[in-house]
Design a protein around this ligand. Structure first.
Ligand code: SAH
Ligand code: SF4
Ligand code: F3S
Length: 459
């Protein structure tokens, strides 16, 4: 097939982001060339998210714009993949007839072949297999190449939890853990390419290794990865409070490479709402986890997700959420208005919360969180933290940017040669989204673990 110029656009979570990155490498290896703008491309790939209705609306208005490009250039191929594609299959052609290829969440590995077939035959294809073939999944991730100092590594796919509001189990399929040896080998390869920090991805990493049952559970995987020379930092996301194990909590105290940050989605501070959400934990259990995490690693940063306006949520339920926030004082919080998703349990529940009430609750919750984030960030002012330098700062002016162990972004005057190394930085100022810092005249810079001659680019 001819070499195509392709452009990839991604909606949704880190998993999608990561899959898009690997897919781009796969397309490059098939002889195609990535370009930075859709109007320069022969092939546009959109990786979609179905988590809330708004995400889907954004997708269709974006597709409308790509259609205009195609009106001008009929040889443009438009491919839509990911969670909306998995859910809609061929139905997507009805709503967007100018789309040429629909590929599901289990068909990533096939995209180069599918694109070739569409272009050869001029016929539309929808490929949305229900199940993941583990071997093909490994073949896909074998194309992962380091692009920066930090990298995502998917350790498991799918989700079996069926929280009442959530579409993920329907679009990502059953839980499937990758073999530990494959994960370790992938991380070793990335480290050899210059990666210093990996974030392990899964919808519920606590059940890693259980399906299919392997010898290595998640804490054991973390401990194995921590022994890889040159790997400075390990993070993971996401952990479900119902099965965050004692052993994983111990890891925070015992494994220095495991960074002191956990994303632990609470969703609501009302036991009644948690039950209706089918989250299978109580606020009491959540608070005891927070306490034990802070005992294991006092400086640990805790971030969370919250949904407001779940069906039946009263003002009293909502206040309970604010109260839990006051008690925990999260370092950061992603908050969302409940969005009914087709096929989920919650979409059929009575007592919808009116839109203006959802909006008002979201605004109150976000105002409180801003205050807490700022308070947690300001507590770091005056403290020296090791910052892994990721690249030049967006702010420019000779500044570099990196993250503290707690996952907070720090901008500070520094040397671009520090990229990929840890530097001790004194935090001098804190805002909601980032910190500022400075290094002394004789800075303390950690060793460069990157292999000689490999330049790390970052986007
Ligand atoms: N696996 C992760 C969550 C993945 S989805 C976990 O279990 O925590 C990311 C977040 O989107 C969820 O934590 C939830 O807060 C939000 N979300 C999911 N479905 C939603 C819906 N229907 N409406 C609003 N927010 C939703
Ligand atoms: Fe969705 Fe719940 Fe699975 Fe998270 S654990 S992906 S919220 S079903
Ligand atoms: Fe969205 Fe799919 Fe991720 S629905 S949040 S892209 S798993």
């Amino acid at each position: 097939m001819d070499s195509l110029r392709f452009y990839v656009q991604t909606f949704g979570c880190q998993m999608n982001d990561h899959d898009s990155g690997v897919l781009a490498r796969l397309l490059e290896e098939a002889g195609h060339l990535e370009v930075a703008r859709p109007d320069e491309a022969d092939l546009i790939v959109v990786n979609t998210c179905a988590i809330r209705e708004k995400a889907e609306q954004k997708l269709f208005s974006q597709l409308g714009r790509y259609r205009l490009l195609k009106d001008r250039r009929p040889d443009l191929t438009i491919a839509v993949g990911g969670c909306v594609a998995q859910d809609a299959g061929r139905r997507l052609f009805r709503r967007a007839p100018y789309v040429d290829l629909v590929f599901g969440t289990h068909a990533l590995q096939d995209v180069p072949d599918l694109v070739a077939r569409v272009r050869r035959t001029g016929r539309r294809i929808a490929a949305t297999p229900e199940e993941q073939d583990p071997e093909r999944l490994e073949a896909f991730y074998a194309h992962h190449r380091a692009r920066a100092v930090t990298a995502y590594v998917t350790v498991m796919q799918g989700c079996d939890n069926y929280c009442a509001y959530c579409i993920v189990p329907y679009v990502r399929g059953r839980e499937l853990s990758r073999p530990a040896d494959e994960v370790v080998a992938e991380v070793e390869r990335l480290v050899a390419q210059g990666v210093a920090e990996v974030s392990l991805l899964g919808q519920n990493v606590n059940s890693y290794g259980l399906k299919p049952r392997g010898e290595t559970d998640f804490p054991a995987l973390v401990r194995r990865l921590a022994r890889i020379p040159g790997l400075l930092r390990i993070r993971f996301t996401t952990s479900h409070p119902k099965d965050l194990s004692d052993d994983l909590i111990r890891c925070f105290g015992e494994v220095p490479a495991l960074m002191p940050h956990i994303h632990l989605p609470l969703q609501s501070g009302s036991d009644r709402v948690l039950e209706a959400m089918r989250r299978r934990y109580t606020v009491g259990r959540y608070l005891s986890l927070v306490e034990r995490l802070r005992q294991a690693r006092p400086e640990i940063a805790i971030t969370s997700d919250m949904i407001v306006g779940f069906p039946g949520e009263t003002e009293e339920d909502f206040r309970a959420t604010l109260e839990v926030m006051e008690r925990v004082r999260f370092d950061g919080l992603f908050s969302f208005k409940f969005s009914p998703r087709p096929g989920t349990l919650a979409a059929r529940l009575p007592e919808p919360v009116p839109e203006p009430v959802k909006e008002e609750r979201l605004a109150r919750l976000q105002a409180l969180q801003q205050a807490h984030t700022l308070e947690r960030n300001q507590a770091l002012v005056g403290v020296v933290r090791p910052v892994l330098v990721e690249g030049p700062s967006k702010a420019g002016g000779g500044q570099v940017s990196g993250r503290t162990p707690e996952n907070k972004i720090v901008n500070f005057p520094g040397d671009p040669a520090w990229v990929g190394r840890e530097v001790d930085v004194r935090i001098t100022a804190a805002a909601v989204n980032s910190l500022r810092g400075e290094v002394p005249a004789a800075p303390s810079v950690g060793p460069d673990h990157r292999p000689g001659g490999v330049a790390c680019t970052f986007r």
